[in-house]
Design a protein around this ligand. Structure first.
Ligand code: HEC
Length: 278
């Protein structure tokens, strides 16, 4: 993490704590660091923006029903930022969730990404998620015009605090890489892709990543070294199938978000990474 990023992370934690304590009293802030400057947007400024529009998401996969939001297109928020076609945007939430989304997808218009803004005078309901006790606000990344399979569930990021422009995860963290000798069609490659898209929103791997919600999955030990293969498969489909407790935060995945093939591929990549390399 660069110094700028550590400072921002500290600021986000502080803001997150502030939001929890004084919910509604202070104006929430979204930060977009890029090109050496940090642009900030307050909730009231975003709600007053001429680009604000009302959108209907039917159904919203997080709330599990049709929702209407006041929102601004993400493409517009990123308009002043210099972006390469292979760049990603790291979307950080106040709770340590941090997902890297390709710029291509964020700037496209089919599906179209919006930042939904929770109006202080019309708060959203509490998330119907076992592990959550607040709404998705004040800022929530939602996707219009999407179809099954296009936008993974991790890309619906709630309680967003910061969007920053970064290189792709494999360019930033060589420790994730698969050697050129591994065939293009190998499940190991698919496993890396899915791991980056889904798991790295909460986990780091051998220090790679920005998430601070779940444990690093390589340090000190890779799960393939201590999980029986069948138990690891069952755990990735639904962690509660192995053990559960009120504070559990690793979600279950349905087959639309994570197929059996994906689970096999992720385990293949984890096992590949656990092999001693020359
Ligand atoms: C929304 C956040 C989140 C996502 C996404 C997520 N995890 Fe987790 N995971 C956690 C947390 C938090 C824990 C620690 C246990 C808990 O609180 O549930 C955990 C625990 C684990 C463990 C158990 C570690 C141990 O030794 O007990 C494994 C293995 C694991 N995750 C693998 C994965 C893989 C592989 C993926 C991607 C398919 C993934 N996780 C996606 C949050 C997440």
């Amino acid at each position: 993490m660069s110094r700028l990023h550590s400072l921002l992370a500290a600021l986000i934690l502080w803001l997150g704590a502030g939001l929890a304590v004084e919910a509604g009293e202070m104006d929430a802030v979204l930060m977009i660091p890029a090109d050496g400057v940090v642009r900030t947007y307050t909730r009231s400024a975003l709600l007053a923006s001429p680009a604000r529009t009302t959108i209907t998401i039917a159904p919203d996969p997080v709330y599990g029903r049709t929702m209407r939001y006041e929102a601004v297109p993400i493409a517009l928020l990123l308009k002043e930022t210099v972006l390469g076609p292979e760049d990603h945007v790291q979307v950080r939430a106040v709770d340590g969730f941090s997902v890297s989304i390709p710029v291509r997808l964020l700037r496209g218009d089919d599906p179209q990404a919006f930042l939904a803004i929770e109006p202080p005078d019309a708060p959203w309901p509490v998330l119907p998620v076992e592990t959550q006790t607040t709404s998705a606000g004040p800022f929530y990344l939602v996707w219009a015009k999407t179809r099954p399979g296009l936008v993974g569930s991790e890309y619906w990021a709630y309680r967003v605090a910061m969007l920053s422009v970064v290189k792709s995860p494999t360019a930033r963290w060589p420790q994730l890489a698969v050697a050129t000798g591994v065939p293009e069609t190998s499940p190991i490659r698919r496993g890396l892709e899915r791991f980056v898209e889904i798991c790295m929103a909460c986990h780091r791997f051998d220090g790679a990543g920005e998430a601070e919600m779940g444990p690093d999955l390589a340090r000190p030990m890779n799960p393939v070294a201590y999980f029986q293969p069948a138990a690891l498969k069952a755990y990735l489909r639904d962690p509660g199938a192995l053990r559960t407790w009120p504070e559990r935060r690793m979600p279950a995945f349905d087959k639309a978000d994570l197929s059996d093939e994906d689970i096999g591929a992720i385990i293949a990549w984890l096992a590949y990474k656990a092999e001693p390399k020359p």
